[in-house]
Design a protein around this ligand. Sequence first.
Ligand code: NAD
Ligand code: TYD
Length: 361
Amino acid sequence: MYVLVTGGCGFIGSNFIRFLLERKRKTKVINVDKLTYAGNPANLEDVEKNHPDRYYFIKADISDKKAIRNIFDRHEIDWVINFAAESHVDRSILGPEIFIQVNIFGTFNLLENSRRAWQPENGKESRGKLFLQISTDEVYGTLGESGLFTERSPYDPSSPYSASKAASDHLVNAYFRTYGLPAIITNCSNNYGPYQFPEKLIPLMINNALKGDDLPIYGDGENVRDWIYVEDHCEALLKVLEMGVPGDKYNIGGSCEKKNREVVEVICDQLDRKLGPVGGRPRRSLMKYVADRPGHDRRYAVDSSKIMTELDWSPKVSFDEGIAMTIEWYIDNTEWTESILDGSYMEYYRTQYGERLDGKG
Ligand code: NAD
Ligand code: TYD
């Protein structure tokens, strides 16, 4: 079967492709990625080597009507898994337009092409087909001190990022209800693990703490996120793909609430234990409380009981294990991080992937 994965050169997408090719031996993956600043084909170098006949890369924009149509015309696509997005809240505050363009229009373009290819409303056989929209718990807005997001929580997004993800979720629902497009939405909490772009909290803090740079904590550091190790998310997505009910949505969380301050303290302490203090001082001394993010959601926490009971999934990796593995990965892969920080990863993909691949398949 052919699986069209979008945004596969990013953090979760690259982890998912590696996971899927290992788990499902008869699957072929077509990865469509525009290679924005967040997309790095080096994340899948091993996959390209290990699965030359099961992994194909196409450099294209999910909003590009011709390019996406071309892919559907050439291949009988069974699953579409849409990871492609602009994904960073702070960037969405500084420049929201690209978020609207990619997250909303790009998703619309994928939905339209899936509908045209599968034509469920004309009675064409769409059994076995599935459109999986990878969404976030941030669509639900903020929680107070108590309570959890369930699948029935109202959408109440705070940032341009979460508003654009909420809009794309609504489009996916509309395509299910109006055209019968077999589609599922998953709303996952904050992921962490290998290959996460070093602008997000955990990799940013690990890299700054390794170098002895300041660790900027927004506001009072008491904001809470529900952390999930990326491989647990991948497991959940495979369960949804194989057993999920079209038209349904599933929340996915790590059942692991942590204040940002606590997360940074754990990173500092683990690095001190492993490598000794930096510049003669414990790394906690690098923690700096800085201006808060505008519209900063106070607390996210996900009720995952639906996917746990209906699809028999639960997170396996504890925060202690996950953060230790993640820290280890960033220590072992400083070249990967440095190539991003000095911009040379862009050069790598320019030489590896010429214009030849642009949307032509
Ligand atoms: P990421 O920023 O690491 O990767 C995004 C990928 O999408 C990159 O490879 C980028 O090149 C690609 N992309 C961007 N615009 C594109 C376009 N127009 N056409 C084709 N490709 C494009 O993001 P991530 O953290 O891996 O998140 C993946 C998905 O999961 C996103 O949809 C995000 O909203 C969702 N999500 C993320 C988290 C999290 O904690 N990271 C949690 C829940 C949901
Ligand atoms: P982030 O990784 O950007 O994910 P999201 O905003 O999607 O939850 O941020 C996680 C939390 O960490 C969030 O509450 C903002 C906070 N944060 C900081 O305090 N300092 C930072 O430098 C960053 C990037 C995030």
